[in-house]
Write a protein that binds this ligand. Structure first.
Ligand code: TYD
Ligand code: MG
Length: 455
């Protein structure tokens, strides 16, 4: 009988060690090594279909490689298509990560049910057939041809694949899947790696796209070995605040497209609705002007969006003033406050400052700096900013107003949404589109802005 071989794996990063060690040499975490049995039986020909014969090894010159037309499978979901770079690439493997309850299963089930001319196999290791059917009813899409399998064993999933010959495979969640080739329990590092490896092989050999759902850990990274992210072609993150209905699909890695693309959804009673005009939802509808609110322009992927920045400045109740942000980098806020203090002479050192990006989204585009600054001052002075004014500029350390990218698109978007005035940097002035109803105000220094805004 073969001797049982065990190896220690770091549960944080997947590093391997023949013996137990207290501190992982690769990710520096303590007490993360766990012993796992790795008894590999010879990998069987489980994925081999007649058309999946191993090719003869034959390296080609790069000039000899023919570029077949890059065919993409339309997922019938525009936001997802865009994030993927134009649709699903045959033979690609996509990993969708996100917090529990954010809507990963809903998104992929919805996509499975909507896809036209595709035979989709939806494998779930998390929910029962009845639950999936109930969800489909909720989505009002029970007439679909999608196949559902509740199974966690890769060998049996492979049998189902042979039987059905799907053109798209969805696996809800890789953490619940286990392969017989390895003896550790489902969800462990070596199981995830091995099972994902098998799906990878299947995707490449059969040219079928595979969508894997993955759990994420407390700190927001994908659970399982780092190698999982290397193995797949695209990594998508589905994020959002649970208290809000908006969900953002972000591409973190994409071998077939840009990683700056972004899809926006709204979770409704009947599933996820695609939001094709994000500005509309991110601007709250108010009847009266309020102080502490400024509208900033941000680029999410290739799309400009206008978002509402809310600030509250009040006298600190305790000795140390608080600075708190949601959706905005707090170090950046500290920097902007220092600039205001030093360059514009505002005394905010003894004030509590709270900044909030409306809609529960996170923004790291520096172009909203000016909106943040103006929202803070608006609250501090208790003077409201005209709600037909918006901002698109970065603020530098010396209080200078810096240019931002894609200014034409930002201006066009602001105009489309009915804004009458946009404040930008002098250095962006060249790029301004000529014809336009919107008034474009170009400024040089933070102090100049106040003349226009709080006049
Ligand atoms: P789910 O897809 O199960 O999340 P995940 O797979 O990421 O864990 O999403 C579950 C949440 O979505 C749940 O709280 C209920 C809600 N939901 C709706 O609001 N509307 C719907 O139509 C559906 C199907 C779910
Ligand atoms: Mg789920």
């Amino acid at each position: 009988m073969a001797k049982i071989k065990t190896t220690f794996f770091c549960q944080n990063c997947g590093a391997e060690s023949p013996k137990w060690i207290g501190k992982c040499p690769s990710c520096q975490q303590w007490n993360t090594f766990v012993e796992e049995v790795v008894q590999k039986t010879a990998a069987k020909e489980q994925w081999a279909a007649p058309n999946m014969q191993a090719n003869k090894i034959h390296p080609k010159r790069i000039s000899e490689i023919e570029l077949g037309e890059q065919h993409r499978i339309d997922t019938q979901n525009e936001e997802l298509n865009r994030v993927l770079g134009g649709g699903l690439v045959p033979g690609s493997i996509v990993l969708l990560g996100g917090e529990p309850g954010i809507g990963k299963s809903t998104l992929l089930l919805q996509v499975a049910l909507q896809m036209k001319n595709q035979k989709v196999l939806y494998v779930s290791g998390e929910e029962s057939e009845q639950q999936i059917r109930m969800r489909a009813e909720r989505l009002n899409m029970t007439m679909s041809e999608t196949f559902v399998l509740t199974e966690t064993n890769t060998q049996r999933i492979a049998q189902a694949i042979k039987l059905i010959q799907p053109t798209v495979l969805i696996v809800d969640s890789i953490q619940t899947i286990h392969t017989e080739h390895i003896e550790s329990s489902a969800g462990s590092i070596s199981q995830i790696r091995e099972s994902a490896g098998e799906f990878h092989k299947y995707a490449k050999l059969s040219n079928t796209p595979v969508l894997l759902i993955g759990h994420i850990t407390k700190d927001g990274s994908l659970a399982g070995p780092k190698i999982l992210e290397h193995m797949v072609d695209s990594v998508l993150h589905f994020e959002g605040d649970r208290n809000y209905d908006y969900r953002i699909l972000r591409s973190v890695k994409n071998r077939f497209g840009s990683t700056s693309e972004l899809g926006i959804y709204e979770m409704q009673n009947t599933g996820l609705r695609q939001v094709s005009n994000p500005s509309e939802i991110l601007l709250s509808h108010r009847d009266q002007m309020l102080s502490g609110i400024a509208i900033g322009s941000t680029m999410e992927g290739m799309r400009p969006m206008l978002i509402e920045i809310q600030a509250l400045v009040s006298t600190a109740a305790y000795g140390t003033p608080q600075r708190s942000t949601t959706g905005f980098d707090s170090r950046r806020l500290n920097m902007l406050l220092a600039v205001l203090e030093k360059r514009a002479g505002f005394r905010l050192g003894s004030k509590d400052v709270f900044v909030n990006v409306a809609g529960g989204i996170k923004v790291d585009d520096p172009a909203i700096d000016l909106a943040v600054v103006c929202a803070i001052l608006s609250s501090n002075e208790d003077i409201e900013i005209n709600d037909k004014t918006c901002f698109a500029a970065e603020v530098g350390l010396s209080g200078e107003i810096r240019s931002v990218n894609r200014i034409e698109q930002r201006i066009t978007e602001a105009e489309k949404l009915g804004f009458e005035r946009i404040i930008i940097s002098k250095f962006n002035q060249k790029a301004i589109p000529k014809s336009g109803k919107i008034e474009v105000i170009a400024v040089n220094k933070v102090e100049d802005v106040f003349k226009y805004v709080f006049a």
